[in-house]
Design a protein. Sequence first.
Length: 203
Amino acid sequence: MKPPAKQARAAATRERLLDVAGALLAEVGVERISTNLIAARAGVSPPALYRYFADKYAVLEALGRRLMARQNAVLERWVERHAEGGISAMAAHIGALLADTAAVTRAEPGAVWILRALHASPALAHVRLDSHRGVTDRLAAACAPFLSGVAPELLWRRLRIAVEIGFAADEMLYEERRIDPDAALADVAAMLSAALAELAARR
């Protein structure tokens, strides 16, 4: 069932405001962006923007949640494609997961500044933390049927660390120009594949 036209227009307006905010964030950074700047760039009045976002931190949170949702969609497709093959199949395709997630991240307007905001602001840290925990939960659910001899708390802890390493490596590549991105992601994939293989060997 399609949403009413009014709801569809509101959703489209909200997405357009986020697109504008992401592009503006890439230009001016976290400190200088404001709701007034976003409204002016989007061609709406500040009161119109406030119907969707209370302040700039609400905009940043929405940008973070949208980026994380798009990253998580990559994970979901990856799990659907490879989980049935077991640990060996998932381990063999970690590189694809990292590369596809990086591509989605780089396609997001203002992605590097969104990520910096999620790290820098205590009010936004929960967005990143909740998402990374959710990714860990999804991976644990996919791996657990093949790792019956591994304690759930150990599996979750190892996967949580792996998730953080994967995202941290990708974020590093926004600034570190002395490392080839493809080579770096391949190195991370090799490390994470080895970690999965080690868990599988515990059976």
